[in-house]
Write a protein that binds this ligand. Structure first.
Ligand SMILES: Cc1cc2nc3c(=O)[nH]c(=O)nc-3n(C[C@H](O)[C@H](O)[C@H](O)COP(=O)(O)OP(=O)(O)OC[C@H]3O[C@@H](n4cnc5c(N)ncnc54)[C@H](O)[C@@H]3O)c2cc1C
Length: 416
């Protein structure tokens, strides 16, 4: 069923009784060409592009909960491509370009809002860093703009410009960045994949990976054994657990990251704003709630909930940046499990095990990567080689000495 203004009108006249479910609820078949573990953004996008672009149709996405129950439905919805290193920037820019056509591509409103992201800086060395980052972006053909303090004061008068320790002296703007409605992205890719014949199997946990003579032959699940020619892992925060089922020890730590939403306010924050003195980021949703978050909780966990000490820390950062925030009530908070890699950059690669493919290491930033990650992972699975924008995102880059250390903090996931 195609969605259009006409279909809304037609359904309204018919009492809205003719809408069809957005996807089927199939039972698993005994065997698939490709099984993807994880019905988050990346797993669903991979299935969609495999079917759409690479003609592989006999695919199952196996999800232990419901589609979108993981990080894809828990993030703070920021979409951007303001990265610095050559291993990352072309990949994230490819992703942003896919975002720009995604609603037409999927015939689904993912509410992409290119409202711009402003990264604030507070001292000379940070200004140098953001100047370098802006230049690196422009060298890859991505527009970036430096905003001085006076311009920022006119644009964002509610910020605390004269904080004694963290005065705001400028910001880096990427105008094409913004937000998208997170769970609509999962639903859009799910519906698109389903229409191309992909089986989306919910409430089906993968509990084991079967190998014969070293080759992966399928997965043990709570709905029985399902065979496959190729197995693709897109389990985000549970990557290390799923990897372990195949005997893989991966350079990934799982950490909790929290998000917060306030009561609805009239439009007051027009951009996404990030705070250089901490890791605080904020935007306003279309419903009016302020959506914000900051650092990970700082200890390893597989629980989708965070601790109060971090909540307090996040609020403090927010109020330091926007004093008026102290008078707004927080309505909701939740946590997601982040697959933190050792250099803060992702992995899209084959594994040392035949027929086993890996997509992980998304840290805080995998939502914006969803379309490119799906496309490049599908490319790898279908063609057996990396897409050119994902060539640096190799699993063995740590042992070869080629980490993509975007934050410049080395192997410390808590600092990425
Ligand atoms: C609070 C928070 C804020 C964030 N903010 C942003 C942001 O603003 N911008 C941004 O770009 N990124 C952000 N992120 C990161 C982003 O959400 C993730 O990097 C991205 O969603 C991860 O990919 P995914 O969507 O495939 O993950 P998920 O949605 O977590 O998908 C993985 C799926 O695998 C399933 N699974 C796991 N184990 C099994 C198993 N054994 N069997 C079957 N299924 C299994 C899980 O149930 C899950 O549904 C944020 C994350 C959080 C938690």
């Amino acid at each position: 069923m195609r969605y259009s203004a006409f279909s809304i009108f037609k359904q309204a006249l018919a009492g809205n009784l003719g809408w069809k479910p957005a996807w089927r609820e199939p039972q698993p078949k005994p065997h698939y060409d490709v099984i993807i573990v994880g019905g988050g953004g990346h797993g669903l996008a991979t299935a969609y592009y495999l079917a759409k672009e690479f003609g592989v149709r006999n695919i199952a996405v196996v999800e232990k909960g419901y589609l979108g129950s993981g990080n894809v439905g828990r993030n703070t919805t920021i979409v951007r491509s303001n990265y610095m290193l050559p291993g990352n920037e072309p990949f994230y820019e490819f992703s942003l370009k896919l975002w720009e056509g995604l609603e037409q591509e999927l015939n689904y409103n993912v509410m992409l809002s290119q409202r711009g992201i402003i990264s604030l800086y507070h001292n000379d060395s940070q200004r140098d860093h953001y100047t370098r980052r802006g230049n690196a972006m422009m060298m890859e053909g991505v527009a970036a703009e430096q905003l001085d303090r006076d311009t920022l004061k006119k644009m964002l008068p509610f910020l605390n410009f004269d904080h004694a320790r963290f005065p705001i002296i400028g910001g880096l703007l990427q105008k094409r960045a913004g937000t998208a409605r997170h769970d609509a992205v999962a639903w859009g890719f799910a519906r698109g994949a389903d229409r191309l014949g992909v089986d989306l199997i919910q409430n089906c946990e993968v509990t084991g990976i079967r190998r014969e003579s070293g080759v992966v032959t399928g997965v043990e699940t709570t709905k029985g054994f399902i065979g496959c020619n190729k197995l693709a892992l897109a389990a985000a925060g549970n990557t290390s657990r799923v990897g372990e089922m195949a005997g893989l020890k991966l350079p990934i730590e799982s950490h909790v990251l929290q998000a917060f939403v306030t009561e609805g306010l009239k439009p007051c924050i027009d951009h996404v704003i990030t705070y250089g003195a901490g890791h605080f980021y904020i935007s306003q949703s279309d419903k009016g709630g302020l959506v914000f978050g900051a650092e990970i909780d700082g200890y390893s966990s597989y629980a989708q909930r965070g601790n109060l000490a971090t909540a307090e820390h996040v609020m403090e950062e927010g109020v330091t940046m926007i004093p008026g925030l102290s008078r707004v009530r927080v309505l909701r908070a939740w946590g997601g499990v982040m697959d933190m890699s050792m250099d803060g950059s992702p992995i899209i690669d084959r594994t040392p095990i035949d027929n086993l493919y890996l997509n992980c290491g998304w840290c805080y930033g995998g939502f914006k990567a969803t379309p490119a990650s799906g496309f490049c992972f599908a490319y790898l699975i279908a063609k057996g080689e990396s897409h050119h924008v994902a060539r640096a995102l190799r699993l063995d880059r740590f042992e070869r000495g080629f980490p993509i250390d975007e934050a410049g903090v080395g192997t410390q996931p808590n600092l990425h």
